[in-house]
Design a protein around this ligand. Structure first.
Ligand code: MN
Length: 350
C-alpha cells in the first residue's frame, strides 16, 4: 500500500507518529523488512534502518528521509536529530520495548512519548487489499478441497498437517498465515493445540483451522468434519448448534451493527441450550496483514461494523475431554451487507 497522505492524515490526526509495528510499516510503505522504523514528524517522513536494507530503502522509499543506523550502538531506535528537540511522539505501546524506552529516556530526555494504539489504522481495507484477501481465501478453499480427499481412518494429525504443507507448495506465492491446527477426537476440545501423533478413528471429529498469506494478506478458515458415517447424537447436536450460531450471526452483519451485538447474539444462542460456558474465546477478529487484527469481535468492543472491514467469525463449543466443534468464515462488510468469502463446504460428513 503506497502512502495515501490524505487518508493517513485523517487517521493520525496530524500527530507525530513513530511506526514500529512491521505490519504498519509495510502497510504504509510496501517495504518489507525486520528493521525499519518509520516516523511521521511535522509532516515529514523519516525511516531508520540498517545496512541490510539501506540501499533497497533508498531506492524504493521515495519522499522519505532514510537514515542508516547500522554503526550506532542501539541501531533499532537511533532516530533523527529532530527528536532531540522535545517533540511529542505517539508510538504503539505494544511494540516499544522497555529496553528501548530506557534508552530513549537517557539519550533523548526532551522527547515526550505518548502511548497510542495504532491498530485502527488498518481496519478498513481498500479495493486492492480486499482483492489480496480474496486471493488468500481462494487458495485456502482450493487446498481444503484437495485436503479432504486425504482424510482417512489411520492417518495421524501430523500426517494431515504434512499433507496441508504439501498442498500449499503448489502455490508458490503463498505461505501459511499461521501454523495449521489439526485436532482430532478428544484433542478437538482444545481450541488451539499442536498436531500430535494421534491416529484418526471412525467417529472422530476433526477440527482443521488454517489460512494462507498472499502478498502479506491473510485468510483464516476452520471446519469441523466427521470421519465415517456414524455420528453420535451429541456430536450432531453441538455441530448443528455451532452452525446455527454461525449462520445467524453472519446474517446480521452489515455496516452500522455494533460489534458487541454479534458476540451477544452467539452467546445467547449457546446459553439457551446450556452451552455458553463452553464457548471460551472471542467470536472473531479482523484479518489483513496480520491474522488477528482490529476489530476484535467481542462483547467488550465499542466499535461498529463498517464497509471494508474483513472479519473472521469463529464460534465454537468445546466439551472438555470429549470433543469440540469450531466453524470459521471470512466475511467482508459491504456497502449494504456482507459477503462470505469462503466457498468451502461446511458439511459435517465427508
Ligand atoms: Mn481465526
Amino acid at each position: 500500500m503506497k502512502i495515501n497522505e490524505p487518508e493517513l492524515k485523517k487517521l493520525i490526526n496530524n500527530k507525530n507518529v513513530w511506526f514500529k509495528n512491521p505490519d504498519d510499516v509495510y502497510y504504509l510503505t510496501s517495504f518489507k523488512s525486520t528493521n525499519l522504523n518509520l516516523f511521521y514528524i511535522n509532516k515529514n517522513w523519516y525511516a531508520v534502518t540498517d545496512d541490510r536494507y539501506y540501499e533497497q530503502a533508498k531506492n524504493k522509499l521515495k519522499g522519505i528521509n532514510i537514515f542508516n543506523a547500522n554503526l550506532l550502538p542501539f541501531k533499532n531506535i537511533i532516530i533523527p536529530e529532530i527528536l532531540k528537540t522535545g517533540i511529542k511522539l505517539s508510538v504503539d505501546d505494544e511494540f516499544l520495548t522497555l529496553k528501548e524506552f530506557d534508552y530513549l529516556r537517557k539519550n533523548y530526555p526532551l522527547l515526550k512519548l505518548k502511548s497510542e494504539s495504532l491498530i485502527y489504522m488498518r481496519m478498513i481495507k481498500n479495493k486492492e487489499e480486499i482483492e489480496l484477501v480474496k486471493k488468500a481465501v481462494f487458495v485456502t478453499d482450493q487446498i481444503y478441497k484437495k485436503f479432504l480427499k486425504y482424510v482417512k481412518v489411520g492417518k495421524t494429525e501430523k500426517d494431515l498437517k504434512q499433507r496441508l504443507h504439501k498442498l500449499l507448495i503448489e502455490y508458490r506465492d503463498c505461505e501459511f498465515a499461521f501454523d495449521p491446527i489439526i485436532a482430532a477426537g478428544k484433542n478437538s476440545s482444545n481450541p488451539h493445540i499442536e498436531p500430535t501423533n494421534y491416529t484418526i478413528k471412525k467417529g472422530d471429529l476433526i477440527t482443521i483451522d488454517f489460512g494462507v498469506s498472499y502478498n502479506g494478506y491473510k485468510s483464516d478458515m476452520t471446519r469441523t468434519i466427521l470421519v465415517g458415517n456414524n455420528i453420535a447424537k451429541m456430536q450432531k447436536r453441538i455441530f448443528e448448534l455451532v452452525k446455527y450460531a454461525l449462520d445467524k450471526v453472519i446474517e446480521i452483519m452489515k455496516p452500522g451493527i455494533e460489534i458487541k451485538e454479534l458476540d451477544h447474539l452467539v452467546r445467547k444462542i449457546f446459553q439457551d441450550e446450556g452451552y455458553d460456558k463452553y464457548f471460551i474465546h472471542a467470536l472473531g477478529h479482523g484479518i489483513g496483514l496480520n491474522i488477528h487484527e482490529a476489530p476484535v469481535i467481542s462483547g467488550y468492543s465499542n466499535l461498529i461494523l463498517k464497509e471494508g472491514m474483513i472479519i473472521a467469525i469463529e464460534p465454537g463449543i468445546y466439551l472438555p475431554n470429549e470433543f469440540g466443534v469450531r466453524l470459521e468464515q471470512d466475511i467482508l462488510i459491504t456497502k449494504n451487507g456482507h459477503q462470505i468469502l469462503n466457498h468451502s463446504p461446511i458439511d459435517l460428513k465427508i
